[in-house]
Ligand binder design. Structure first.
Ligand code: AMP
Ligand code: ZN
Length: 516
């Protein structure tokens, strides 16, 4: 059976197009990653899930995949009202807000990066081949900025270096924004500088010796702009022609528009063929917002801590929801359509995921028993898989794909006695379904529960791993004589319900609040 054609909607052409990789059967793509200034929320993960599903679908039709997904740990200016409005670097602003919890801005970045990677694993997202950090690529960004200045695409002022949007022909093509719309959007996003040639020009480098993260440049101490980070890291790892680029819909303008302008100016030709954008997730019918109480981080739902404020009662009662249920819920909307996340849908998804797990258990028992008998399932499950894959190839139609796959679970449930042959067909189908949709079993090993005996399961493993990191950090701080920092970490642990005791035999800890 030939594979179905993989189609995706391309924001650049406004059409759903067959994906044709530049290198035969090898999809190479870049995904804008998180800004690590707070715990990622479930909306962020709607966008990251799209990238994961593109990978899984490409692999299911036999392609190789190279995905680069960055960590933005400097340079992203605030512009959303979710946390703070303002036009300041999100990381620096976060440290001002949470200063006491962290020793310095690098400590904050490391903490939220680790938390992000845990959430990523919990939601069963595949690891990208490369996960570059912006702060590790500042020299590369500087080189790109110097080149843009030398080729007349950028200019310097007292305050920094700006890209001149007039220096490219089709600025505005991706978003379709007119000049007036660009001006309006730019107004919210960009620093005012009276020396700018055009108010739409965006910063490639900001002169700011007082910024907490600063590097030396030909224009003095400062830090890079957010847009240049992604252009540089994308081209560094994928070359100056690659297939696809993903992100949430808010990134179409200005972030991706700016990336295109920079890429073309650096490479001399278009760099990316397909731009794929995920529509924003709504929660209980509204834009997520801390003030309306419909704001959920991933960990609020899967591993709620005793002091987390946004945990819904129905989730806390269960000690957290299976992360695969969260993944399943997010897949109930196709990435390009508006999707309203509700707690009802989350609990329904948890039941569906449980059915997969029960079916898998029965199948494994039947494999063990290996009873003689016919295979009533093989053909049926084969046809179901074809329909599932077709739905995914149809612009990631995840609601249709999960509905088709659920038919397979029903087929297993309705088979009274599973012969060894039927069980082998069912196991094969479960594995293929999991490879494509990632909703049957997590491919990431849950960390073992700690030996205090208070926890088991995935959420416990996650909590323990953050605690272990904090304990290690505290130990390191004490060894280095940084007692204020050690005390600050002790306070954080206390807030997490962990009491730390320094004994002659080393540091011990115990839970003061039962979790789970
Ligand atoms: P940030 O950490 O703000 O850089 O965002 C990380 C990713 O999440 C970006 O691709 C955003 O476009 C995306 N994103 C932010 N909010 C939402 C939302 N409510 N729904 C879907 N994607 C989102
Ligand atoms: Zn980006």
């Amino acid at each position: 059976m030939p594979s179905p054609t993989f189609r995706l909607y391309n924001t650049l052409t406004h059409e759903t197009e067959p994906v044709e990789p530049i290198e035969e059967e090898h999809l190479r793509f870049y995904s804008c990653g998180p800004t690590v200034y707070m715990y990622a929320h479930i909306g962020n993960f709607r966008s990251f899930l799209t990238a994961d599903l593109i990978r899984r679908t490409a692999e299911a039709i036999g392609w190789d995949v190279t995905n680069v997904s960055n960590i933005t740990d400097v340079g992203h200016l605030t512009q959303d009202d979710l946390v703070d409005p303002g036009g300041e670097d999100k990381m620096q602003r976060a440290l001002e807000r949470e200063g006491e919890r962290f020793a310095n801005i690098y400590d904050l970045a490391r903490h939220y990066t680790e938390a992000f990677l845990e959430d990523w694993g919990a939601l069963n997202l595949r690891e990208p081949e490369v996960r570059p950090r912006a702060t590790e690529h500042v020299t590369d960004q500087l080189e790109a900025v110097i080149e843009l200045v030398e080729t007349g695409h950028a200019y310097t002022t007292e305050q920094g270096v700006y890209f001149s949007v007039e220096s490219v022909d089709d600025y505005g093509h991706l978003s379709g924004n007119t000049e007036a719309q660009q001006l309006e959007a730019t107004d919210r996003d960009v620093v005012e500088d009276p020396e700018k040639h055009d108010p739409r020009d965006f910063a490639l480098w900001k002169h700011d010796p007082d910024h907490l993260m600063h590097w030396h440049s030909p224009w003095g101490w400062g830090y890079p702009g957010w847009h240049i980070e992604c252009s540089v890291m994308g081209m560094q790892y994928l070359g100056d022609r690659f297939d696809l680029h993903t992100g949430g819909e808010d990134l179409i303008f200005p972030h991706h528009e700016c990336e295109i302008a920079q890429n073309q100016s650096l490479a001399g030709h278009p760099v990316v063929n397909y731009w794929v954008h995920t529509r924003f997730l709504q929660v209980e019918g509204e834009k997520m917002s801390k003030s309306t109480g419909n704001f959920y981080t991933v960990r609020d739902l899967i591993a709620p801590g005793p002091n987390d404020k946004h945990v819904p009662d129905s989730v806390r009662e269960q000690g957290g929801i299976d992360p695969l249920a969260l993944r399943y819920t997010l897949m109930q909307g196709q990435y390009r359509k508006p999707f309203n996340f509700t707690l009802d849908a989350l609990h329904t998804a948890a039941r569906h995921v449980r059915r997969y797990q029960d079916a898998a258990e029965r199948v494994d028992e039947a494999l063990e028993a290996d009873a003689a008998g016919p295979d009533h399932l093989g053909d049926r499950l084969g046809a179901i898989h074809e329909r599932t894959l077709e739905a995914m190839c149809d612009d990631l139609n995840t609601p249709a794909a999960t509905a088709a796959a659920l038919e397979g679970v029903k087929a297993i449930e309705q088979t009274d006695r599973l012969s060894g042959d039927a069980a082998r067909s069912a196991r094969n189908w479960l594995d293929r379904t999991n490879a494509l949709l990632g909703i049957v079993e997590s491919e990431h090993d849950a960390e073992p529960a700690t030996d205090d005996g208070s926890q088991d399961g995935l959420s416990a493993g996650h909590l323990s791993s953050s605690i272990n990191t904090l304990l290690e950090d505290r130990e390191a701080a004490r060894t280095e004589g940084e007692y204020a920092r050690a005390d600050a970490i002790r306070d954080t642990l206390e807030a997490l319900g962990i009491e730390v005791m320094d004994t002659p035999d080393g540091t011990e800890w115990r839970r003061t609040i039962e979790v789970g």
